[in-house]
Design a protein around this ligand. Sequence first.
Ligand SMILES: *Cc1c(COP(=O)(O)O)cnc(C)c1O
Length: 391
Amino acid sequence: MNYKISRRAASLAPSLTLVIDSKAKQMKAEGIDVVGFGAGEPDFDTPQHIKDAAIKAINEGFTKYTPSSGTPDLRQAIADKFKRENGLTYKPSQIIVSSGGKHSCFNVIAATCEAGDEVIIPAPYWLSYPEMVKLAEATPVIIHTSDKTEFKVTPQQLRDAITPRTRLFILNSPSNPTGSVYTREEIKALGDVCVEKGVLIMSDEIYEHLLYDGATHTSVASFSPKHFEHTIIVHGFAKAWSMTGWRLGFLAAPEPIAKAIDAVQSHSTSNPTSFAQKGGVAAMNGPQDHLKPWLAEFARRRAYAHEKFNSIPGISCVNAKGAFYLFPNISKLGLSSMEFSAKLLEQEKVAVVPGVAFGADDYIRISYATSLENIKKGLDRIEKFAKELAK
Ligand SMILES: *Cc1c(COP(=O)(O)O)cnc(C)c1O
């Protein structure tokens, strides 16, 4: 049987981060001593009060369909969060709860982009953005950046990339994969360009709470009513509450866009899992004191890894100010990021993600969402690997 796969689906490659993560897990299951730096999720447990709320919801029979865009209490709790933490006033009708932040991104692109539209994506980018744009039959337009500018695009680069076909600019600060964080002034300057040119911004703020060295987060929506009108914020519970497996994310959008997304979602996934949403309410409205020790632990690991990378001949690494990734430059070692990662896994049993997956072949991505002990072991192996390559 010759199965025909649609052009849209056939143009996609499976998420390389998930592929590498599962390969490392499989090697581990076979008893091989693998150090995994591939994970895109915190290694901490979901806080207990959040689990309790979901368990209670199940026990009370909260196991049926909910409104497709989320329960009223969760949408209200999210609107309250935007008011409290970001100074943004959204009506609950402007909040859509989805099955993960990834699903929220997908919905935004599906509801706003079509064939002929261009979507501007700074590289290194989160690897799903361009694939989602292609699924919508729109065209990704990549702006390349490097470690020399801490992986940040300038307003001039953005201006130069905008054409009459530009529909969306994707901003992700703090960034996956680089951990880079734009300053308030830098965010405003990019927002100003989009407002002037009438370009929508999809602002992926899922790492908002994971910041180091005094870095702060400002939502691009918060600068003026015009900025607010031009912005769709994507967010979720996965990272700051360590709820990756719960599949719960959300977005905040201008009313007409929220309505369109509601329609898309109502015909695809319908509501996100009912009892997961009760966990979401507890996450939003409950204590946030789990974060401080997590951040302290992440900061300790980041400091160690950053210093160690820069001590390895042939590797250089700018320090990240957010998220839980480092993005060291390995280009001096003479291998493509794919060859580097494949050989490293094979020879030294260390799993990293090649930068090419994020549109930047000179780098690899390391997640430090793993114990300091693992980080030390893994980086010693990378050091040995790099020294042999340099011979
Ligand atoms: C993890 C992540 C998300 C969302 O993940 P979900 O598990 O779908 O909630 C969105 N954007 C970026 C950049 C991420 O790293």
